[in-house]
Ligand binder design. Structure first.
Ligand SMILES: C[S@@+](CC[C@H](N)C(=O)[O-])C[C@H]1O[C@@H](n2cnc3c(N)ncnc32)[C@H](O)[C@@H]1O
Length: 271
């Protein structure tokens, strides 16, 4: 339904986990445990666009205590897979919903809202409405792995820059939320949250793809090549040469795909 298969999400999870900025997670967990954020009960964390539960797994690995997780996704198969993997070991609610229907999103009572690899798909309108809701109920936000448009490859190829620029334009295509923020997602999010009075912290979280990630890199290169094949003025033969060159170096070269993690904490209440 969503175009994100379980196998693709599994494939990227190792690189995603390695890339996540751990300092922001430590700061997030400290805030959740603080008297300011805590009311004594297990915190409710709502993960938007949860897929199979990658954020839950990452935070658990990094020492998160017992949370009540509410996973929200429009893809029922991904939610079923998350439950299959975690229902016996975590407190989980699943909720199948389209995130664009903001008024119906089950955010009530959430001390923290999380998302991974989501906001680059989203629109400015979605961010504005979400920030307004978060602010109203004083929830924190942890949004990891927002693609920031910075991609580099070793060894270099003459078409790298042109392919990267075309890919960044393609990232702006509507992914169901309206015109996508693409590489500008984290900046937009940061500005909207700052305007709403949040303390906002960001950190780079690039994928650094080496031989160990060769299968992921292969899929990524094929995906990039397909995405930019039409509509961006790239010569078909040159693009094929680029793809062949890049695929030939997945076990010997290095690819870097930039992301930015964002942590937003509500201002302490004055009461
Ligand atoms: C790139 S995947 C990331 C999944 C997961 N957070 C992870 O890091 O593995 C984006 C997720 O957002 C979900 N998604 C995309 N558009 C959505 C929408 N309009 N409503 C609900 N979920 C959506 C997809 O089904 C998918 O699970």
């Amino acid at each position: 339904m969503s175009g994100f298969s379980i196998s693709w999400l599994d494939l990227r999870e190792r690189a995603d986990f390695a890339a996540r900025d751990k300092t922001l997670v430590i700061q997030l967990l400290a805030w959740l445990a603080s008297p300011e954020a805590s009311n004594g009960a297990d915190p409710l964390v709502v993960d938007l666009g949860s897929g199979t539960g990658s954020t839950l797994r990452a935070l658990a690995k990094l020492g998160a205590p017992k949370f009540v997780w509410r996973l929200v996704d429009h893809d029922g198969a991904l939610l079923d897979e998350a439950l299959k993997r975690h229902l016996k070991t975590f407190l989980i609610e699943d909720y199948q919903a389209d995130l664009t229907v903001m008024d119906e999103l089950p955010l009530g009572g959430a001390r923290l809202v999380t998302a991974s690899a989501l906001f680059d798909l989203a629109s400015s309108d979605f961010v504005d409405k979400l920030v307004e809701r978060l602010h109203r109920q004083r929830s924190g936000l942890y949004a990891a792995l927002n693609y920031n448009g910075i991609m580099s490859w070793e060894p270099a190829h003459p078409l790298d820059a042109a392919v990267g620029a075309a890919f960044n334009k393609d990232q702006l295509r509507d992914k169901g939320f309206g015109h996508a923020l693409g590489p500008d997602a984290a900046n937009y999010l940061q500005q909207a949250l700052t305007r709403a009075g949040y303390a906002v912290f960001t950190a780079l979280s690039p994928w650094v793809l080496t031989a160990a990630d060769a299968t992921l890199t292969n899929e990524l290169i094929r995906g990039i090549s397909a995405a930019v094949a039409t509509g961006y003025g790239l010569d078909t033969v040159e693009l094929k040469n680029w793809e062949t060159f890049r695929l030939a170096h997945t076990t010997t070269g290095i690819g870097t795909v930039g992301h930015l993690d964002v942590l937003a904490l509500p201002a302490p209440s004055s009461a």
